[in-house]
Write a protein that binds this ligand. Structure first.
Ligand code: URA
Length: 251
């Protein structure tokens, strides 16, 4: 990292001010004054400003939790129910959930202390895809599928087109996968209820590039580098252009 960027990342000053401080000889790296503006700082270097050691910036934390049923997606619950905080590793930084899952929904939940990324991912403009696996009463008709795919009126709002896949239909129950790009209150349950299908079990199996996979209920893992890069791309300008100039049809 360039020295001016490093100082800015540590919260010492802006990059421009850092350049002035460097030229003025107020910054030392490993005990030596550095006046060279392009100077790179490697991991573990000891950087001082006016003889005070600078604390290296702490990286952000990105955790994936398999939220079980019967847990609220908040850090505190006035009613004393189990919260997602109870499931975080001991000593974890102060992360917050990115969006929410209902008390009676299980599945992938991202938690982070990176507020910028969280805000981006929750912004409707980015339309992060979420896939839910739902066990519903009855079987979907062609009309039901059409309604889910085209968007439906839920009374207080209209849903955007969704993708639907029937995984199993046995007896009077069906297991289906629904992919949506919104996060309206109890959206999936309300969509199926509007078609006369009660949801018996609901699990989110994907949030953007993050898959639930083998993660056990109640367990957390760190986001992989690849997943983080994909999430950042969603939240970047490139992500917006890709989404809007070439939208993937949700069919
Ligand atoms: N839709 C729902 O109905 N519930 C959730 O928790 C998430 C999506």
């Amino acid at each position: 990292v360039r020295l001016n960027r490093y100082l800015a990342a540590c919260g010492v000053c802006s990059r421009r001010a850092a350049d002035a401080f460097i030229v003025a000889g107020r910054v030392r790296v490993d005990g030596r004054i550095v006046r060279e503006l392009g100077r790179q700082v490697s991991d573990g270097a000891r950087v001082e400003f006016d003889h005070v050691a600078i604390q290296p910036p702490r990286g952000k934390t990105y955790l994936v939790l398999h939220k079980p049923f019967g847990v609220v997606t908040t850090m505190r619950d006035p009613q004393g129910r189990p919260t997602v905080r109870d499931l975080l590793p001991r000593g974890a930084p102060r992360v917050v959930p990115v969006g929410r899952l209902d008390y009676d929904t299980s599945g992938v939940l991202l938690l982070t202390d990176d507020g910028d990324l969280a805000n981006h991912l929750l912004h409707p403009r980015y339309g992060v895809e979420k896939t839910y696996r739902a066990l519903i009463d009855g079987r979907l008709t062609e009309g039901d599928r059409h309604a889910l795919r085209c968007g439906m009126d839920l009374g207080d709002c209209r849903t955007q087109p969704a993708r639907i896949r029937v995984l199993q239909a046995r007896g009077d129950r069906s297991l289906v996968e629904l992919t949506v790009r919104e996060g309206k209150r109890r959206q999936v349950r309300r969509m199926f209820a509007a078609l006369g299908h009660c949801v018996r079990r609901l699990e989110r199996v994907r949030f953007g590039p993050i898959l639930l996979d083998e993660l056990e209920p109640g367990k957390t893992r760190s986001l992989s580098k690849r997943e983080l890069e994909s999430l950042r791309r969603i939240g970047s300008e490139r992500g917006i252009r890709r989404h809007f100039s070439n939208p993937t049809p949700l069919r």
